[in-house]
Design a binder for this molecule. Structure first.
Ligand code: NAD
Length: 513
C-alpha cells in the first residue's frame, strides 16, 4: 500500500521522529508531558511532541519580548521583505505541508494544498500592506498646528488556533502581525501539533537566514492549560483566538479581565437560502461542497439549507442524488471526496446530533453510518448525513462540527427565510441562491443577513483572503485577514504638533497666566 508520500513529507518538514515542542525561533526546548498525534486517516501514530511547562513558557515570553525590541525598529517594508521570503519558503514546501495537513487533520489533499495556498496569499497581501500601514491626517482647529495619526506595533501577539485549519489561521494572523512589527507566540490545537512544528520550522529558517533574533516566531504546545498561560498574561496585549464559542467565552472574559484586546473567531451555523429563483445546479454544488468539504468541519461549513416550499422537493432530490455520488475514504487519494473527521469524539458528536434530530421529530434521509472495514481502520470515517428538520429544533440552533446538513422549509417571501437564517446565536457566514435582484438586495440590506459574511450565488464556505474574515454574535465579532483587519495588530496614536510660538488651547478655552 502506498503512503501517498507521507514519510517523505515528514522528513522534508523536519517532523520525522522528533520529540520536541516549544520553540523560540529555531531553538527547541520543552519539558512538559508528551502528546501523541495520531492520524485520523489511518489511525497511525504520526509523532510525539512535548508540551510547554510554565518555565518553558516564561523563556518563550522573554525571547519574544526581547525580539520585539529589535523587530519593531526595522522599517515595515523591510519586515515585508522577510514575510516575502517566508511566502517563498511556503511555495517550496507547499506539497509537503499540504500532505501533512491532510494526514494530521483529515481534510482532502486538495484542501490541504488550498490551505497552504491561503498562507502564501496572505504573505503576498502582507508584503504589499507593509508599505500601506496608513493613518489619516486631520485639519487642526488651532492655527499653526498639524494633526495626524500613526500606527505603532502592539508587542507580543498570542495566537490560539483550532484543529480544522491547522496552518492557515496562524498565517492569517502572523503574516499581518509581523509586518505590523509585532512578534508572535502560537499555540496550535493539541490535536494538530505536528502542523505547528512544521510551520515553526519553516518560519525559523527564514528568520535565521536573515540573522534576525530568535523570538519573532514562537511556538508553545499543549491544551487549554497552556492557552491560559497566554490569556492571563499581561505581557500579551492581544490574544487572537479561533475555536468554539465555549472557548471564546472563557478567553474573552479572561482577557477582558485584564483589559487586554481579543480577536475572536468562533463557531458558525451557516445557512444557504434557496429561493424560487435559484439556479439548482449552482445550489447543489455550493451546498454539497459547503456541507461535506473538510468533512463538515469548517467554521463556514453549510449546516442549514433554507429552501422555499415550491422548490423543496426538487432541491432535496438533487442534493440527495449528489450525496449518493460521494466517495468517502483516504483524503490523500484524490479520487475521494470526503475524508475522516478529526477523532472518535467527533464521530460521537455526529451520532449524537443525528439521534437528537430524530428525538426532536426530524428525519435522517441520508447517512448516519460510521464506516468500518478496510481503509476505515481509524474509526473516524462517517457518511455525510442529511436530515429534514424544523428551524427551532435545539440541535439545529447548535453548531454540530460534523457533516450534518439540515433541510428547512420556508414559505412566503425572502424575509421569512431571513428570519430563520438570523434566528440562531451564531453569525459567521450566509448565502442566498437567487437570480432575483430584489431578493439578493434584500438579503444584503440592513434588514438582511446579520452575518459577517453574506454571499450571493456562492456557498457559505471558501472565503478569499482579500476580505475581512469573521462574524457577529456568538461568532465573536473579530475580523482577520484582508481589508483593514491589520489595525487590530497595532496601536493607534493621535499626534498634534504646534509649530508656532503661541499655545492656543483647544475648544477656544482661555487660560491666561
Ligand atoms: P476548541 O475551542 O476546542 O479549541 C480551539 C483552541 O482553543 C485550541 O487550541 C484549544 O487548546 C484552545 N483552548 C480551549 N480552551 C481554552 C481556554 N480556556 N483558554 C485558552 N485556550 C483554550 O475548538 P476546535 O474543536 O479546535 O475547533 C472547532 C471550532 O472552531 C468550531 O466551533 C469552529 O466553528 C471554530 N472555528 C472558527 C473559525 C472562525 O474563523 N470563526 C475558524 C476555524 C474554526
Amino acid at each position: 500500500a502506498t503512503d501517498f508520500g507521507i514519510e517523505k513529507a515528514l522528513k522534508e518538514l523536519g517532523v520525522k521522529d522528533i520529540n520536541e515542542g516549544t520553540s523560540t525561533g529555531s531553538k527547541n526546548f520543552s519539558n512538559g508531558e508528551v502528546i501523541e498525534s495520531y492520524s485520523p486517516v489511518d489511525g497511525k501514530l504520526i509523532g510525539k511532541v512535548k508540551t510547554t511547562t510554565k518555565e518553558d513558557y516564561d523563556k518563550v515570553l522573554d525571547a519574544a519580548t526581547s525580539a520585539f525590541q529589535t523587530w519593531r525598529t526595522m522599517p515595515a517594508p523591510q519586515r515585508g521583505e522577510i514575510v516575502r521570503q517566508f511566502g517563498d519558503k511556503l511555495r517550496e514546501k507547499k506539497e509537503a505541508l499540504g500532505k501533512l495537513v491532510s494526514y494530521e487533520m483529515g481534510k482532502s489533499y486538495q484542501e490541504g494544498l488550498g490551505e497552504v495556498q491561503e498562507m502564501i496569499d496572505i504573505c503576498d497581501f502582507a508584503v504589499g500592506l507593509s508599505r500601506q500601514l496608513h493613518g489619516l491626517t486631520m485639519h487642526s482647529e488651532r492655527p499653526g498646528h498639524r494633526m495626524y495619526e500613526q500606527y505603532h506595533p502592539l508587542g507580543v501577539v498570542g495566537i490560539i488556533s483550532a484543529f480544522n485549519f491547522p496552518v492557515a489561521v496562524w498565517a492569517w494572523n502572523t503574516a499581518l502581525a509581523w509586518v505590523c512589527g509585532d512578534v508572535c507566540i502560537w499555540k496550535p490545537s493539541e490535536k494538530t501539533p505536528m502542523c505547528g512544528i512544521a510551520c515553526q520550522n519553516i518560519a525559523a529558517e527564514v528568520f535565521k537566514a536573515n540573522d534576525l533574533p530568535e523570538g519573532i516566531s514562537n511556538l508553545i504546545i499543549g491544551d487549554h492549560r497552556v492557552g491560559e498561560m497566554m490569556t492571563k498574561d499581561t505581557r500579551i496585549p492581544l490574544i487572537s483566538a479561533t475555536g468554539s464559542t465555549r472557548m471564546g467565552k472563557i478567553v474573552a472574559q479572561e482577557v477582558a479581565g485584564r483589559l487586554g484586546k481579543s480577536l475572536l473567531e468562533l463557531g458558525g451555523n451557516n445557512a444557504i437560502i434557496v429561493t424560487p429563483d435559484a439556479d439548482i445546479k449552482m445550489t447543489v454544488i455550493g451546498a454539497v461542497f459547503g456541507a461535506v468539504g473538510t468533512a463538515g468541519q469548517r467554521c463556514t461549513s453549510t449546516r442549514r439549507l433554507i429552501i422555499h416550499e415550491s422548490m423543496y422537493d426538487k432541491v432535496k432530490d438533487a442534493v440527495v442524488a449528489a450525496y449518493n455520488q460521494l466517495k468517502i475514504g483516504n483524503p490523500l487519494d484524490e479520487n475521494n471526496h470526503v475524508g475522516p473527521v478529526i477523532d472518535k469524539d467527533a464521530v460521537k458528536m455526529y451520532q449524537d446530533a443525528l439521534e437528537r434530530v430524530v428525538d426532536e421529530g426530524g428525519k435522517v434521509i441520508v447517512g448516519g453510518e460510521v464506516l468500518s472495514g478496510e481503509g476505515f481502520e481509524s474509526g473516524c470515517y462517517v457518511r455525510p448525513a442529511i436530515a429534514e428538520a424544523q428551524p427551532d429544533y435545539k440541535i439545529v440552533q447548535h453548531e454540530t462540527f460534523a457533516p450534518v446538513l439540515y433541510l428547512l422549509k420556508y414559505s412566503g417571501d425572502v424575509h421569512n427565510a431571513l428570519e430563520i437564517q438570523n434566528g440562531v446565536k451564531q453569525g459567521l457566514s450566509s448565502a442566498i441562491m437567487t437570480n432575483n435582484l430584489r431578493e439578493a438586495e434584500a438579503f444584503l440590506s440592513v434588514q438582511g443577513s446579520d452575518c459577517g459574511i453574506a454571499n450571493v450565488n456562492i456557498g457559505t464556505s471558501g472565503a478569499e483572503i482579500g476580505g475581512a474574515f469573521g462574524g457577529e454574535k456568538e461568532t465573536g465579532g473579530g475580523r482577520e485577514s484582508g481589508s483593514d483587519a491589520w489595525k487590530v495588530y497595532m496601536r493607534r496614536q493621535t499626534n498634534t504638533i504646534n509649530y508656532t510660538a503661541d499655545l492656543p488651547l483647544a475648544q477656544g478655552i482661555k487660560f491666561d497666566l
